[in-house]
Design a protein around this ligand. Structure first.
Ligand code: ZN
Ligand code: ZN
Ligand code: ZN
Length: 391
């Protein structure tokens, strides 16, 4: 399963239209998710310049070091002839080639449409290294710079059917890893050992990278971004398992909370069961609120109100979710203050947590796509507390 080559033509066209609408000159896109989204090129981030120059018209150019050309020429948008390669030799100054490529696109387009006091800009990708940005600015001394996300974020936020299919495959793979860990031995093992198994299983399930494996046992379950440690997991305590990586470029990210009873059958205490019930209800309410037109912040507020009403408000210490796609965290962010309405094709996590510092905590996280009529939840593992023997 991959992204169909025709998608890249659609994306390049959409980016170009947005660039014209913004009345800016060109997009200068370095290595990263924007480049991959536009061309399918998954380049290495090197000190050598790789840059897509996408102007308002003309053929987009991909500037690459000579030694990367064989790989770059296989990128779908290059192979299909939508983007041409401009290679530079080890002793060339690649930044000096960019003005030449930009000049082939008219700097002032429809003069009448340019608002007064609004000078057309060059838009650089948000993650472009400062070492390139400063050299580019020196090469264009009179041109103002802006961020490519102004043009690209709105486009990348709406996932197409191929992207949703990849996100779903990523979620299904991560689901199987959660179930395998929940069904295996936990008691007596270190968190780090379980995390190592998570990473191995993510790779076995088709991920190309296993980016994180949070295993927070006992009091560590109250630390949202706990790093798996040497602590040995005991019977009669919770384990927050938050795992994910990249699957054909697209992120997986799931959290489930487990409780290992051990041989002595140490069941969850009523305090923890009560906390978990509140969390379960909050996560379900937030997910159910997903539909087109609802402000992103309202998903957060919906989950938070359930947690607040139960008195755990101060213990829910992060936003309820983040967008996901070619990056593990991207727009839209589901956080108070983000009034942007959800659109069909937005993909994001819904992940409330309740953390009682020094004691215990829990989190439930799914990846959800905003469908035309409501939420499309990609993760399928039960959201109940996973009470397991762990022996
Ligand atoms: Zn997180
Ligand atoms: Zn997560
Ligand atoms: Zn997440």
């Amino acid at each position: 399963m991959t992204i169909a080559p025709t998608r890249f033509a659609t994306r390049i066209q959409a980016a170009r239209q947005a660039l014209r609408a913004a009345d800016d000159i060109a997009l200068l896109v370095g290595v990263g998710a924007d480049l991959r989204w536009l061309t399918g090129y998954d380049a290495m981030n090197l000190e050598r310049l790789t840059m897509l120059v996408l102007g308002r018209e003309g053929e987009p150019a991909l500037v690459v070091p000579r030694l990367e050309a064989p790989r770059a020429s296989l990128a779908p948008a290059v192979a299909a002839g939508m983007v041409h390669l401009v290679t530079w030799e080890e002793t060339d100054d690649p930044v000096a080639q960019v003005p030449e490529l930009v000049r082939t696109t008219p700097i002032t387009g429809g003069a009448e449409s340019v608002p007064a006091a609004r000078v057309p800009r060059l838009l650089v990708s948000d993650r472009l290294w400062a070492s390139f940005v400063l050299r580019l600015q020196a090469a264009f001394p009179r041109v103002p710079f802006g961020l490519a996300s102004e043009v690209l974020r709105g486009l990348r936020m709406v996932k197409d059917a191929d992207e949703i299919a990849l996100l779903r495959s990523a979620a299904e793979a991560a689901d199987r890893v959660v179930l395998a860990i929940a069904g295996g031995r936990l008691v007596g093992r270190s968190e780090a050992d379980v995390a190592r198994e998570v990473r191995e299983r993510l790779l076995d399930e088709g991920h190309e990278t296993a980016e994180f494996a949070i295993v927070g046992s006992g009091p560590n379950s109250a630390s949202p971004h706990h790093e798996a440690s040497d602590r040995r997991i005991s019977a009669g305590e919770p384990i927050v398992l938050d795992i994910g990586g990249a699957f054909s470029g697209y992120g997986s990210d799931i959290t489930r909370t487990l409780w290992a009873t051990g041989a002595a059958d140490a069941r969850p205490d009523p305090g923890f069961v009560g906390l978990y019930e509140v969390l379960r209800e909050a996560q379900a309410a937030a997910t159910a609120a997903v539909r087109p037109g609802v402000p992103a912040e309202e998903i957060d507020a919906t989950g938070r109100s359930v947690i607040d009403a139960a008195g755990f408000g101060p213990n829910f210490i992060h936003r309820i979710g983040h967008g996901i796609g070619l990056e593990g965290h991207e727009d839209p962010y589901l956080v108070a203050g983000n009034r942007e309405p959800l659109q069909p094709g937005n993909a994001f996590s819904v992940e409330p947590g309740i953390y009682l510092e020094g004691r215990h905590g829990a989190r439930i996280e799914d990846i959800v796509v905003c469908g035309a009529a409501g939420p499309d939840v990609l993760n399928r593992v039960t959201r109940d507390l996973l009470v397991v023997h762990g022996t």
